[in-house]
Design a protein around this ligand. Structure first.
Ligand SMILES: [Mn+2]
Length: 422
């Protein structure tokens, strides 16, 4: 019941907005995403103002690479400055993800602190001691609600105690969180919330086929959801690009990425999460869909078309003048072929000439009943994940699956290589 003349409700309340995996600087087959990122960040500032958000949580992978281009860094700093101007009461807390360089993200911290921006790029240790004063963040809303945040960044094996690092990394991760939680419990008062941030892969996290296998580094570091004990009011997670609560829990949650970072993620419901705390309890949780600035189109939506039909559909796309080039849809086309077609690339390019479309992928599907060539024989190397290539190679020499430690080492190598080549 609401109406005139009711008592003014003076509640303790805090509103937080949880987002992650922006991957600023990302490119999709050489096409810049800067326009989409700028649109998202503009929308985010407007949303934070309109919904009067007290605290913004960014759960890792701010940047797509350890060495982001200047334009990506400009987006980040420009966003922080604009937020400060337009919503000066909003605090920002950001942790590093596996794509971020911890040191690079941390570097401007002393300046950003003056803008109420707290950054924990890498796990701060002094000799072997956790620097708890940097990981434990306490925030207060205008109305006086207080919350404590365990701002734990993505943990690398080198962050974990030596006795855990190789044998049982999940125990090492747990030891870090437990130490931070204990420090918070020793400080927090009644009616105050305990929140966690993390950039990690939880055991019950759902991933969709192929698209995210590459970001997981195998499953060997999957962490059980019990990492977050019952007194954790909300865990703001990053790493998986598909928005979801973990294991049926609403309050242990991946916000997912705000835009599709591969064509396989086009169907995700990209979103951010608004949460309200009231006297230490989670009072409300609301999902806000991120407006889509650029469409991702697959032709056809499922399966594949014979070449003439596929080309006809491409020619039927909107003309180039219909949209600003930065908004032209990303297009994947799947073509069914009776035999290899050497001029395929050129025919597709020709059909798309003058269309509002950016071609990111041609998927070739050999028609059923084709005698000799197995489909895999004509798949491009780019259609395989590094892990699939690794497994293929392994199976040529050894029986069974490669051992987990080896897969883990392989993924760590791939990740390092990927970061160094950007
Ligand atoms: Mn990540």
């Amino acid at each position: 019941m609401s109406g005139w003349g009711g008592p003014v409700r003076l509640e303790l309340r805090m509103r937080l907005l949880h987002t992650s995996d922006w991957h600023l600087g990302h490119t999709l087959r050489d096409f810049s995403r800067a326009h989409e990122h700028a649109a998202f960040l503009g929308w985010l500032v407007e949303t934070i103002c309109a919904r009067q958000v007290d605290v913004l949580l960014v759960a890792g992978d701010v940047f797509d690479s350890a060495n982001p281009p200047a334009a990506a860094q400009e987006l980040w700093f420009d966003f922080l400055a604009r937020l400060r101007r337009e919503s000066p009461q909003t605090r920002v807390i950001a942790i590093g993800g596996n794509h971020d360089s911890a040191a690079r993200l941390d570097a401007p911290s002393p300046v950003l602190r003056a803008l109420d921006v707290t950054i924990v790029g890498g796990l701060p240790r002094l000799r072997s001691e956790l620097q708890l004063e940097r990981i434990v963040v306490d925030v207060r809303s205008k109305s006086g609600e207080r919350a404590w945040i365990a701002a734990v960044p993505f943990l690398r094996l080198s962050d974990l105690a030596a006795e855990h690092a190789l044998e049982a990394p999940e125990r090492g991760v747990r030891a870090v969180y437990d130490e931070v939680f204990d420090a918070i419990r020793a400080r927090m008062g009644a009616g105050e919330a305990l929140l966690a941030m993390g950039h990690l892969y939880m055991v019950e996290g759902r991933i969709s086929e192929l698209s995210e296998r590459k970001i997981l580094g195998g499953n060997q570091h999957a962490i059980p959801v019990e990492l977050f004990p019952a007194d954790v009011t909300y865990a703001a997670l990053g790493h998986l690009h598909l928005a979801q609560g973990v294991g049926g829990r609403d309050h242990v949650r991946y916000s997912g990425s705000p835009l599709a970072l591969s064509i396989d993620e086009a169907h995700y419901e990209h979103q951010v999460v608004l949460l309200d705390l009231e006297r230490g309890r989670l009072a409300a949780l609301e999902v806000l869909r991120v407006p889509r600035e650029v469409e991702v189109v697959r032709i056809p939506a499922r399966g594949a078309l014979p070449l003439p039909d596929a080309l006809a559909e491409l020619r039927a796309l909107a003309p180039a003048e219909a949209l600003a080039p930065a908004r032209w849809p990303f297009v994947e086309v799947a073509i069914e072929l009776a035999r290899p077609e050497p001029s395929l690339q050129a025919q597709v390019a020709d059909a798309l000439f003058g269309r509002a479309a950016r071609l990111v992928k041609i998927t070739r599907v050999l028609a059923a009943g084709e005698p000799k060539l197995r489909p895999s024989a004509v798949r491009a190397l780019a259609d395989f994940t590094p892990e699939q290539v690794f497994r293929e190679r392994w199976s040529k020499e050894y029986p069974g699956d490669p051992p987990n430690e080896l897969l883990g080492a392989f993924h760590e190598m791939v990740e390092t290589a990927a970061q160094e080549t950007r």
